[in-house]
Design a protein around this ligand. Structure first.
Ligand SMILES: [Zn+2]
Length: 269
């Protein structure tokens, strides 16, 4: 599933479309996680894309007072091809056609989504989202205050999209290893220093992945490209039974909220 760094990279990869006018829209397969409302969609024709940005894992196209909100789901990808090209692929759902190029949304498993809205900040997918992990507001004070009374585990808290967006299972495991914190530790026992470590490592790991994404951008858009995670060095994730790089203890796997958690019991307390 595309994570925040992949979505950020997708946004950067299509940023050349800002300023372009949408000449035509074609909906080939309206069935997505929510069916596409074709009429809303056609309202975007003749509008200019003012900007394209990311919020959590949503790609938002600001089209002069109207917003297109796109989620890549599990298997969604975007590609740009010349407008005159007739190269189509199975599972191409929607085309936004510009003068020189067209943007195609392909999604074999159909967990992706597209919505059109007039008020982006009040949209049901957007309005309850927590802060962005790379923004300054995600800092020691913010995290400490949000979780200091919580009985939930720190891992579930940093994966809670109402607190902070875009930290998926792999990144949560890695952040807590780098922060030397046991993923089962309750929010109320997290110290200010812990909160500081968590915010620092969240930012650094996501930035690293985004930078890695920049170098593989070509692949990400190519038909044969690898749609998996950008390569970041994994210290614990999927390393059950292997030696911790820091202390040589064996990495353990446990389950939390039906998700795998990997940790070094010696390094993380
Ligand atoms: Zn260790």
């Amino acid at each position: 599933m595309p994570e925040l760094p992949e979505v950020e990279t997708s946004v950067r990869g299509i940023s050349s479309l800002s300023g372009e006018k949408i000449q035509q829209i074609k909906v080939h397969i309206p069935k997505l996680r929510w069916p596409i409302k074709e009429n809303d969609f056609l309202d975007l024709e003749d509008r200019k894309i003012v900007s394209i940005y990311r919020r959590a894992k949503y790609i938002i196209f600001n089209c002069e007072e109207k917003f297109l909100v796109l989620h890549l789901g599990m298997t969604g990808t975007l590609r740009i091809i010349p407008t005159k090209s007739n190269e189509y692929k199975k599972h191409d759902h929607v085309e936004l056609i510009f003068k020189k190029n067209k943007l195609i949304f392909n999604d074999p498993r159909r967990f992706g989504s597209i919505h059109i809205t007039n008020n982006i900040n009040e949209h049901f997918l957007i309005k309850n989202l927590g802060v962005e992990p790379l923004d300054e507001v995600f800092n020691e004070d913010y995290l400490y205050t949000k979780i200091k009374k919580s009985n939930a585990s720190i891992k579930s808290l940093i994966m809670n999209q109402k607190i902070v967006v875009g930290i998926g299972n792999i990144y949560a495991n890695e952040v807590l290893f780098l922060s030397r914190i046991n993923p089962r530790k309750k929010g109320k026992y997290i110290t200010r220093k812990n909160a500081s470590e968590i915010t620092k490592h969240s930012k650094s790991i996501l930035r690293k992945a985004i930078n890695a994404g920049g170098t593989t951008l070509q692949d990400f858009f190519s038909p044969s490209g690898n749609k998996g995670y950008f390569k970041v060095d994994l210290n614990v994730y999927d390393r059950e039974g292997e030696k911790c790089f820091d202390c040589s203890n064996l990495i353990k796997r446990i389950e939390q909220n039906q998700r795998s958690t990997f940790l070094c019991r010696n390094c993380q307390s």
